[in-house]
Design a protein around this ligand. Structure first.
Ligand code: IPD
Ligand code: CA
Ligand code: CA
Length: 255
């Protein structure tokens, strides 16, 4: 199955790459910050048609098309274009993210970094990879020497969960904070050891399904802000190299 997920992620990525910088149509979803383009929709159509043809009994949870429910124990969780704001503004940081769950547990995940042409993949119990290279999280155990990454939900103007106070506090406590604009890529950079931690106050299942497995299979950990285990419906999320996890949690709890 992993080969199929990789193949369809790359095909969707081709649609996105070809659409980048062209005159695609943009619509607003909940507000003027929350965009969807014709390219998001075209990517999702390709992926869901592939799943329906090759795995007709499987369920689908995809960002732009809602749900296809059925009795199968398998569900594909799909973000057809993660990083739509970057894409729409010409910043080449975006991805395709596809996770597959069996009975509610993620068993495989792929994040395709479209413009760098890197396939991140993981299967439960078999490690994480960028192409053929095995990934490991960083070995740094000091928050003061960590580089962290975050993202903001589209209702950030309401400052949900004191996201802005958390941002300030962690920016001051760490070596640096980044905001790349693709949650799926943020997870992969934790898995690679580029970032020591990634936190966000309000993620969706499709933002994290694949990325969470990729971090865990690279030796990292993913919890909520209280240190509890998460599933794909948990909104608050901290992914890290394990070693700085508690130091970050302490600050998230206080702010
Ligand atoms: C968004 C990106 C962003 C994150 C947002 C997501 P989208 O996904 O992953 O980095 O901060 O929370 O909604 O809308 O580009 O698929
Ligand atoms: Ca997303
Ligand atoms: Ca998306």
């Amino acid at each position: 199955m992993i080969e199929d997920i990789i193949e369809i992620s790359k095909s969707a990525g081709e649609i996105i790459r070809e659409g980048f910088g062209t005159n695609f149509n943009i619509e607003f979803k909940t507000n003027e910050s929350n965009l969807v383009t014709t390219i998001d929709k075209a990517s999702e159509k390709l992926i869901t048609e592939f799943i329906k043809k090759k795995y007709p009994t499987h369920g689908i949870l995809a960002e732009e098309g809602g749900e296809t429910k059925n009795s199968s124990e398998y569900v594909w969780v799909v973000d057809p274009l993660d990083g739509t704001t970057n894409f729409a503004h010409g910043l080449p940081i975006f991805s395709v993210s596809i996770g597959v769950q069996k009975n509610g547990k993620t068993i495989a995940g792929v994040v395709y970094d479209v413009m760098q042409n890197i396939v991140y993949s993981a299967e439960l119990g078999s490690g994480s990879f960028a192409g053929k290279n095995k990934l490991s999280v960083s070995k740094n155990d000091k928050l003061s020497r960590s580089v962290l990454v975050t993202g903001f939900p589209y209702n950030i103007s309401e400052n949900p969960d004191n996201a802005l106070e958390k941002f300030s506090a962690l920016t001051l406590a760490s070596r640096g904070m980044r905001r790349l604009g693709s949650a799926a890529i943020d997870f992969c950079y934790v898995a690679r050891g580029v970032f020591d931690g990634f936190w966000e106050v309000s993620l969706h299942p499709w933002d994290m399904c694949a990325g969470k497995l990729i971090v865990e299979e690279a030796g990292g950990i993913v919890t909520d802000f209280l240190g509890n285990e998460t599933n794909i419906f948990t909104k608050r999320m901290l992914a890290s190299n394990r070693l700085v996890h508690n130091q970050i949690l302490e600050i998230l709890k206080k702010n």
